[in-house]
Ligand binder design. Structure first.
Ligand SMILES: [Zn+2]
Length: 293
Protein backbone atom coordinates (compact mmCIF):
# COMPACT_ATOMS: atom_id res chain seq x y z
CA UNK A 1 0.00 0.00 0.00
CA UNK A 2 1.31 3.48 -0.83
CA UNK A 3 1.43 5.70 2.21
CA UNK A 4 0.74 9.42 2.40
CA UNK A 5 3.90 9.81 4.52
CA UNK A 6 7.39 9.95 2.98
CA UNK A 7 9.63 10.38 6.04
CA UNK A 8 13.38 10.92 6.09
CA UNK A 9 15.84 11.85 8.83
CA UNK A 10 17.42 15.11 7.67
CA UNK A 11 20.75 14.34 9.37
CA UNK A 12 20.73 10.55 9.31
CA UNK A 13 20.58 8.48 12.48
CA UNK A 14 23.56 10.09 14.21
CA UNK A 15 23.07 13.81 13.42
CA UNK A 16 20.81 16.40 15.02
CA UNK A 17 17.18 15.32 15.34
CA UNK A 18 14.96 16.47 12.49
CA UNK A 19 12.48 14.36 10.57
CA UNK A 20 11.13 15.64 7.27
CA UNK A 21 7.79 14.05 6.39
CA UNK A 22 6.70 14.84 2.87
CA UNK A 23 2.95 14.41 2.46
CA UNK A 24 2.52 12.74 -0.89
CA UNK A 25 -0.43 14.15 -2.91
CA UNK A 26 -0.67 17.15 -0.58
CA UNK A 27 2.21 19.30 -1.90
CA UNK A 28 3.28 20.03 1.64
CA UNK A 29 5.34 18.55 4.44
CA UNK A 30 5.67 18.32 8.21
CA UNK A 31 8.81 18.78 10.25
CA UNK A 32 9.25 16.76 13.42
CA UNK A 33 11.93 18.39 15.56
CA UNK A 34 13.99 21.29 14.29
CA UNK A 35 17.64 20.31 14.65
CA UNK A 36 20.07 21.22 11.87
CA UNK A 37 17.89 21.89 8.80
CA UNK A 38 20.71 23.11 6.52
CA UNK A 39 20.58 19.95 4.34
CA UNK A 40 17.01 20.88 3.33
CA UNK A 41 16.52 23.00 0.22
CA UNK A 42 14.53 26.23 0.28
CA UNK A 43 11.56 24.62 -1.59
CA UNK A 44 11.55 21.77 0.93
CA UNK A 45 11.39 24.17 3.87
CA UNK A 46 8.67 26.18 2.12
CA UNK A 47 6.59 23.02 1.66
CA UNK A 48 6.52 22.58 5.43
CA UNK A 49 3.34 23.89 7.00
CA UNK A 50 3.71 22.49 10.53
CA UNK A 51 6.56 21.66 12.90
CA UNK A 52 6.10 19.34 15.88
CA UNK A 53 8.88 19.96 18.37
CA UNK A 54 9.53 17.39 21.10
CA UNK A 55 11.30 19.85 23.43
CA UNK A 56 13.60 22.84 23.17
CA UNK A 57 17.00 21.41 24.02
CA UNK A 58 19.18 23.18 21.48
CA UNK A 59 19.80 20.21 19.18
CA UNK A 60 16.02 19.87 18.66
CA UNK A 61 15.17 23.51 18.12
CA UNK A 62 17.93 25.63 16.61
CA UNK A 63 16.60 25.00 13.07
CA UNK A 64 13.61 27.21 13.98
CA UNK A 65 15.51 30.24 12.68
CA UNK A 66 15.99 28.61 9.28
CA UNK A 67 12.26 27.95 8.96
CA UNK A 68 11.56 31.54 9.90
CA UNK A 69 14.20 32.88 7.51
CA UNK A 70 12.68 31.20 4.45
CA UNK A 71 9.01 31.67 5.29
CA UNK A 72 9.31 35.27 6.42
CA UNK A 73 8.83 37.07 3.06
CA UNK A 74 6.17 34.59 1.84
CA UNK A 75 2.40 34.58 2.15
CA UNK A 76 2.48 31.45 4.28
CA UNK A 77 1.14 30.41 7.65
CA UNK A 78 3.37 28.16 9.75
CA UNK A 79 2.17 26.26 12.80
CA UNK A 80 4.62 25.30 15.53
CA UNK A 81 3.60 22.78 18.21
CA UNK A 82 5.69 22.09 21.29
CA UNK A 83 5.65 21.30 25.00
CA UNK A 84 5.29 23.63 27.98
CA UNK A 85 7.54 26.65 27.44
CA UNK A 86 7.53 26.55 23.62
CA UNK A 87 5.77 29.91 23.43
CA UNK A 88 8.39 31.65 25.57
CA UNK A 89 11.25 29.93 23.76
CA UNK A 90 9.98 30.77 20.25
CA UNK A 91 9.18 34.34 21.25
CA UNK A 92 12.63 34.59 22.81
CA UNK A 93 14.12 33.68 19.44
CA UNK A 94 11.90 36.23 17.70
CA UNK A 95 13.00 38.87 20.22
CA UNK A 96 16.59 38.33 19.10
CA UNK A 97 15.98 40.09 15.78
CA UNK A 98 14.85 43.52 14.58
CA UNK A 99 11.48 43.66 12.80
CA UNK A 100 11.09 47.29 11.78
CA UNK A 101 10.67 46.53 8.04
CA UNK A 102 8.15 43.67 8.07
CA UNK A 103 4.87 45.62 8.23
CA UNK A 104 3.96 44.57 4.65
CA UNK A 105 4.88 40.90 5.19
CA UNK A 106 1.92 38.51 5.13
CA UNK A 107 3.67 35.67 7.00
CA UNK A 108 1.90 34.44 10.14
CA UNK A 109 3.27 32.16 12.86
CA UNK A 110 0.94 30.11 15.06
CA UNK A 111 2.39 28.57 18.20
CA UNK A 112 0.57 25.90 20.20
CA UNK A 113 1.84 24.97 23.64
CA UNK A 114 0.78 21.46 24.65
CA UNK A 115 0.43 20.55 28.33
CA UNK A 116 -1.68 18.07 30.27
CA UNK A 117 -3.78 21.01 31.48
CA UNK A 118 -4.65 22.07 27.94
CA UNK A 119 -3.45 23.49 24.63
CA UNK A 120 -2.82 27.23 24.20
CA UNK A 121 -2.43 28.78 20.75
CA UNK A 122 -1.07 32.24 19.98
CA UNK A 123 -0.99 33.88 16.53
CA UNK A 124 1.97 36.12 15.75
CA UNK A 125 1.89 38.06 12.43
CA UNK A 126 5.11 39.39 10.86
CA UNK A 127 3.29 42.64 10.01
CA UNK A 128 3.02 43.51 13.73
CA UNK A 129 6.66 42.58 14.35
CA UNK A 130 5.28 39.34 15.82
CA UNK A 131 3.24 41.11 18.49
CA UNK A 132 0.01 39.17 19.08
CA UNK A 133 -3.18 40.89 17.90
CA UNK A 134 -5.49 38.41 19.60
CA UNK A 135 -5.75 36.66 22.94
CA UNK A 136 -4.38 33.17 23.46
CA UNK A 137 -6.94 30.53 22.33
CA UNK A 138 -7.38 27.62 24.72
CA UNK A 139 -8.53 24.06 24.06
CA UNK A 140 -8.57 20.94 26.23
CA UNK A 141 -5.72 18.44 25.83
CA UNK A 142 -7.11 15.27 24.23
CA UNK A 143 -3.85 13.87 22.86
CA UNK A 144 -4.81 14.96 19.32
CA UNK A 145 -2.97 18.01 17.97
CA UNK A 146 -4.26 18.09 14.43
CA UNK A 147 -7.25 16.45 12.77
CA UNK A 148 -7.58 16.85 9.00
CA UNK A 149 -9.52 14.93 6.32
CA UNK A 150 -6.45 12.84 5.39
CA UNK A 151 -4.53 12.56 8.64
CA UNK A 152 -4.35 13.04 12.36
CA UNK A 153 -1.38 13.96 14.56
CA UNK A 154 -1.41 12.72 18.15
CA UNK A 155 1.11 13.14 20.94
CA UNK A 156 2.13 11.78 24.32
CA UNK A 157 3.88 13.81 27.01
CA UNK A 158 7.02 12.01 28.23
CA UNK A 159 9.44 12.58 31.12
CA UNK A 160 12.91 13.81 30.04
CA UNK A 161 13.46 15.76 33.31
CA UNK A 162 11.30 18.26 31.40
CA UNK A 163 8.13 17.48 29.41
CA UNK A 164 9.07 16.01 26.03
CA UNK A 165 6.49 15.28 23.33
CA UNK A 166 6.39 12.07 21.30
CA UNK A 167 4.28 12.11 18.15
CA UNK A 168 2.20 9.74 16.03
CA UNK A 169 1.12 10.64 12.51
CA UNK A 170 -1.91 8.61 11.52
CA UNK A 171 -3.04 8.52 7.93
CA UNK A 172 -6.78 8.04 7.62
CA UNK A 173 -8.07 5.01 5.76
CA UNK A 174 -7.76 4.97 1.95
CA UNK A 175 -11.13 4.85 0.24
CA UNK A 176 -10.71 3.45 -3.29
CA UNK A 177 -13.28 4.38 -5.92
CA UNK A 178 -14.64 1.92 -8.48
CA UNK A 179 -14.45 3.75 -11.86
CA UNK A 180 -17.11 1.47 -13.37
CA UNK A 181 -19.56 2.36 -10.61
CA UNK A 182 -18.79 6.01 -11.21
CA UNK A 183 -19.70 5.61 -14.90
CA UNK A 184 -22.87 3.62 -14.06
CA UNK A 185 -24.07 6.47 -11.85
CA UNK A 186 -23.43 9.01 -14.64
CA UNK A 187 -20.77 10.81 -12.60
CA UNK A 188 -17.23 11.89 -13.32
CA UNK A 189 -14.21 12.08 -11.06
CA UNK A 190 -13.40 15.45 -9.54
CA UNK A 191 -12.64 17.33 -6.36
CA UNK A 192 -16.04 16.26 -4.95
CA UNK A 193 -14.67 12.73 -4.41
CA UNK A 194 -12.56 14.13 -1.58
CA UNK A 195 -15.72 15.22 0.23
CA UNK A 196 -17.29 11.86 -0.50
CA UNK A 197 -14.27 9.93 0.86
CA UNK A 198 -14.19 12.05 4.00
CA UNK A 199 -17.90 11.35 4.61
CA UNK A 200 -17.28 7.59 4.16
CA UNK A 201 -14.29 7.62 6.55
CA UNK A 202 -16.22 9.54 9.17
CA UNK A 203 -19.29 7.30 8.88
CA UNK A 204 -21.57 10.23 8.03
CA UNK A 205 -25.34 9.74 7.89
CA UNK A 206 -26.68 8.16 4.64
CA UNK A 207 -28.81 11.28 4.22
CA UNK A 208 -25.76 13.57 4.01
CA UNK A 209 -25.87 15.60 0.78
CA UNK A 210 -22.71 15.12 -1.30
CA UNK A 211 -22.04 17.61 -4.12
CA UNK A 212 -21.23 15.65 -7.31
CA UNK A 213 -20.14 16.29 -10.90
CA UNK A 214 -22.46 14.74 -13.48
CA UNK A 215 -21.07 13.51 -16.79
CA UNK A 216 -21.48 15.97 -19.62
CA UNK A 217 -22.90 18.65 -17.34
CA UNK A 218 -21.09 21.83 -16.31
CA UNK A 219 -20.10 22.03 -12.63
CA UNK A 220 -23.25 23.08 -10.86
CA UNK A 221 -25.59 22.33 -8.09
CA UNK A 222 -25.90 18.55 -8.52
CA UNK A 223 -25.79 16.40 -5.41
CA UNK A 224 -26.59 12.87 -4.24
CA UNK A 225 -27.43 11.26 -0.91
CA UNK A 226 -24.38 9.56 0.59
CA UNK A 227 -26.48 6.41 0.95
CA UNK A 228 -27.01 6.35 -2.84
CA UNK A 229 -23.27 6.52 -3.54
CA UNK A 230 -22.21 3.49 -1.48
CA UNK A 231 -21.54 1.41 -4.62
CA UNK A 232 -18.66 3.74 -5.52
CA UNK A 233 -16.41 2.26 -2.83
CA UNK A 234 -14.20 -0.46 -4.32
CA UNK A 235 -12.34 -1.14 -1.06
CA UNK A 236 -10.96 0.54 2.05
CA UNK A 237 -7.29 0.14 3.10
CA UNK A 238 -5.95 0.97 6.54
CA UNK A 239 -3.89 4.19 6.63
CA UNK A 240 -0.23 4.18 7.66
CA UNK A 241 0.97 5.14 11.15
CA UNK A 242 4.31 6.77 11.90
CA UNK A 243 5.64 7.19 15.45
CA UNK A 244 8.47 9.46 16.63
CA UNK A 245 9.92 9.09 20.11
CA UNK A 246 12.97 10.91 21.38
CA UNK A 247 14.75 11.84 24.61
CA UNK A 248 12.86 9.90 27.24
CA UNK A 249 13.75 8.28 30.54
CA UNK A 250 13.20 4.51 30.72
CA UNK A 251 10.43 4.38 33.34
CA UNK A 252 6.97 2.82 33.66
CA UNK A 253 5.06 6.01 32.86
CA UNK A 254 7.05 6.68 29.67
CA UNK A 255 6.97 3.04 28.56
CA UNK A 256 3.19 2.90 28.91
CA UNK A 257 2.69 6.10 26.94
CA UNK A 258 5.18 5.15 24.21
CA UNK A 259 3.59 1.73 23.73
CA UNK A 260 0.12 3.26 23.42
CA UNK A 261 1.34 5.86 20.93
CA UNK A 262 3.41 3.48 18.80
CA UNK A 263 0.92 0.60 18.77
CA UNK A 264 0.33 -0.60 15.19
CA UNK A 265 2.91 1.84 13.82
CA UNK A 266 4.22 0.93 10.37
CA UNK A 267 7.34 3.04 10.90
CA UNK A 268 8.83 4.12 14.21
CA UNK A 269 11.69 6.52 14.81
CA UNK A 270 13.06 6.07 18.33
CA UNK A 271 16.16 7.53 19.91
CA UNK A 272 18.81 5.33 21.53
CA UNK A 273 21.52 7.68 22.70
CA UNK A 274 23.36 5.13 24.84
CA UNK A 275 24.51 1.53 24.71
CA UNK A 276 23.07 -0.82 27.32
CA UNK A 277 26.50 -0.86 29.05
CA UNK A 278 25.99 2.87 29.72
CA UNK A 279 22.50 2.43 31.21
CA UNK A 280 23.46 4.41 34.35
CA UNK A 281 24.55 7.39 32.29
CA UNK A 282 21.40 7.09 30.16
CA UNK A 283 19.28 7.26 33.34
CA UNK A 284 21.21 10.30 34.61
CA UNK A 285 20.64 12.05 31.26
CA UNK A 286 16.98 10.93 30.93
CA UNK A 287 17.65 9.04 27.69
CA UNK A 288 17.00 5.54 26.38
CA UNK A 289 19.58 2.86 25.65
CA UNK A 290 19.50 0.85 22.44
CA UNK A 291 18.08 -2.20 24.23
CA UNK A 292 15.40 -0.15 26.00
CA UNK A 293 14.39 1.39 22.67
ZN1 LIG B 1 16.85 16.50 25.23
Amino acid sequence: MTSLFLPRLVNGVTGDPALYVDLRWERRAFLVDLGDLSPLSTPEILRATHAFVSHTHMDHFFGFDRVLRFHLPRPTRFHLFGPRGIMDHARGRLAGYTWNLTSSYPFVLDITEVTEEGMRTLTLPARTAFAPEEEVREAPFTGVLLDEPLLQVACAILDHAIPCLAFALQEKDHVHIDPNALARLGLRAGAWLRTFKTAVREGASPDTKIPVQERGAPPGEAWRRLGDLGGLVARIDRGARLAYVTDALFCDGNTKRILALARDADVMFCEAMFLESDADRARERYHLTARQA
